[in-house]
Write a protein that binds this ligand. Structure first.
Ligand code: PEP
Ligand code: MG
Length: 404
């Protein structure tokens, strides 16, 4: 069922697009949609077409439309919006019964549905949409919203708020994933030809362990307020994971020696978003408590095109029928999907109880949820607004293809 229209519309925009976005607000209100504006880093824009049109300027005076595929505002036309608004109202109502349902399949498998957040204030959206946890807290937003590196105390307050807000439900915090498109005004990044393939994620943390230690200390101190899991982004080699985990263990030991109370059950896992990590999953599973498949980067790296530049040729590819779907919206099952399947299978062979989830934007796409269910992932984390539809998709996947 199509449940594509919201009464409010999240409009993500990137720096430099303010004027164009403001014009579009008038159109939204005329359509009965209340726009909520978010300034976002480029990578957060699953709806890359808004970004594209902003940059080309070609569509600047036309209307915008909410697109359920992306949970964001995209340029289209008004007829489409009003038609879908009706459908949305009816179906949102129908989906209410699922809001607090447990996602247990007929044969007793539990699929956990969690939300992705960028700040403590997003916790409310996760809970209101029936999220059973936070599957990805993108902590770089704390850094991007700040004038300087946030102090240990500032970070501690934010992590504690999220853990307390989730009230004992699992919270997976990703250590800062700056670099690539996520730059900071107060930090000098090297000049790079391909920032997405450069100085970013765990590479920055292992190079600048001072910053990394500050973040880990804040997290470990906050751990007693809930169920904390920590994961590292952009892991490609085993030594990177070991090095990062060693810093975590050192800081945990330091805090204990200082007399700080810390949780003794903090899980430490990793993002599987670089093909090398998927291929080497057997070895990673010996040391990581969980894998979270980052399908945004995994798609980008597997296809060898950047998620922010693919729009330059994807349109032509659709016209020429070279591609049917946007691989950043639906998991490409024959390529990227094989890597996901491999990571899950090898991970589970090594560690049968390993937790396997997905946290890229694909987590909110029904066909991708169905695929992930098929390869045995145990949790899905997506935009909070997509949690009800992901729950429905998981249930339908189980009916179509019961998991043993
Ligand atoms: C991903 O790459 O799929 C992911 C979740 O991380 P981000 O989009 O923040 O790079
Ligand atoms: Mg990523």
């Amino acid at each position: 069922k199509d449940i594509s229209i919201k009464k409010t519309v999240n409009v993500y925009y990137v720096l430099g697009m303010e004027r164009m976005v403001k014009k579009a607000m008038v159109n939204f209100r005329e359509l009965g949609l209340e726009p909520i504006l978010y300034r976002a880093p480029v990578s957060f824009l699953a709806g890359r077409r808004l970004y594209k049109s902003g940059y080309s300027g070609a569509n600047a005076n036309k209307q915008f439309e909410y697109d359920h595929e992306y949970d964001s505002a995209l340029y289209l036309n008004s007829k489409f919006v009003s038609r879908k608004l009706e459908a949305y109202k009816a179906e949102k109502e129908a989906l209410k019964v699922l809001l607090n349902a447990k996602s247990i399949t007929l044969d007793g498998h539990e699929v956990e549905l969690a939300g992705n957040i960028g700040s403590p204030k997003d916790v409310e959206g996760v809970l209101n949409n029936g999220g059973e946890g936070v599957g990805l807290f993108r902590t770089e937003f704390l850094y991007m919203d700040s004038q300087d590196f946030p102090t240990e105390e500032e970070q501690y307050v934010a992590y504690k708020a999220v853990l307390e807000g989730m009230n004992g439900k699992k919270v997976v915090v990703r250590t800062m994933d700056i670099g690539g498109d996520k730059t900071l005004p107060y930090f000098t990044f090297p000049e790079e030809m391909n920032p997405f393939l450069g100085y970013r994620g765990i590479r920055v943390c292992l190079d600048r362990k001072d910053m990394f230690r500050t973040q880990l200390r804040a997290l470990i101190r906050a751990s007693k307020y809930g169920k904390l899991c920590i994961m590292f982004p952009m892991i490609a080699t085993l030594d990177e994971f070991r090095d990062a985990k060693a810093v975590f263990n050192e800081e945990k030991a330091n805090l204990i020696a200082e007399g700080v109370e810390v949780a003794d059950n903090i899980e430490v896992g990793m993002m599987v978003e670089i093909p090398a990590a998927a291929v080497n999953a057997s070895n990673f599973a010996k040391e990581a408590d969980f894998f979270s498949i980052g399908t945004n980067d995994l798609t980008q790296m597997t296809f060898g095109f950047s998620r922010d530049d693919a729009g330059k040729f994807l349109g032509a590819y659709y016209d020429k029928k070279i591609y049917e779907n946007d691989p950043f919206a639906k998991v490409d099952q024959v390529g990227v999907g094989k890597l996901i399947e491999m990571a899950a299978r090898l991970g589970r062979e090594t560690r049968p109880d390993i937790k396997l989830g997905i946290c890229g934007e694909h987590g909110g796409d029904p066909s991708s949820v169905e695929f992930c269910h098929g390869v045995g992932l145990t949790y899905v984390s997506c935009s909070p607004f997509r949690v009800p539809i992901a729950r429905l998709a998981a249930a339908q996947a189980q009916i179509k293809n019961p998991r043993a």
